[in-house]
Design a protein around this ligand. Structure first.
Ligand SMILES: [Cu+2]
Length: 139
């Protein structure tokens, strides 16, 4: 019993370590093949969802906030997701951390039903908040 628990613990640690090694946020000049793109008036976002979202499975969002192709340094960045057709959001509030160079990581997102979701980013800079919406169709 104790041996099994220890083995499981070691396995979980190895899994976490391998995820951290592969899940790098994109950079501003990322190739379109490796990162999706969302745009507002002043910003371009390069983003990646990891792992690919499935109904009821947590995923992370790795992204870079860019202004004219270079990393931007906004005062605050937040992200949320909604299903506009149903008028509801997620059941979880994601945690977000700044990694420097305009790059961010948000963890703990989950789409709890299939259909059209919208990821909504809010970028605050100079007393102004700009919203960037990225649609996502979940099968
Ligand atoms: Cu819904």
């Amino acid at each position: 019993m104790r041996g099994a628990a220890r083995t499981l613990g070691a396995f979980a640690f190895a899994l976490a370590a391998s995820c951290a090694a592969t899940a790098q946020p994109p950079v501003c000049d990322a190739d379109a093949a490796v990162a999706q793109r969302a745009q507002s008036e002043r910003y371009t976002l390069r983003l990646r969802l990891e792992p690919a979202p499935a109904v009821g499975r947590h995923f992370s969002l790795l992204f870079a906030v860019c202004a004219r192709g270079a990393p931007a340094a906004p005062e605050a960045v937040s992200v949320d997701a909604r299903m506009p057709a149903h008028g509801h959001g997620m059941n979880y509030r994601p945690g977000i951390s700044a990694l420097g160079d305009g790059r961010y990581r948000a963890d703990g997102l989950m789409f709890h039903m299939p259909g059209r979701w919208e990821l909504e980013f809010a970028v605050r800079e100079g007393g102004r908040t700009e919203r960037i919406v990225h649609p996502f169709e979940l099968q």
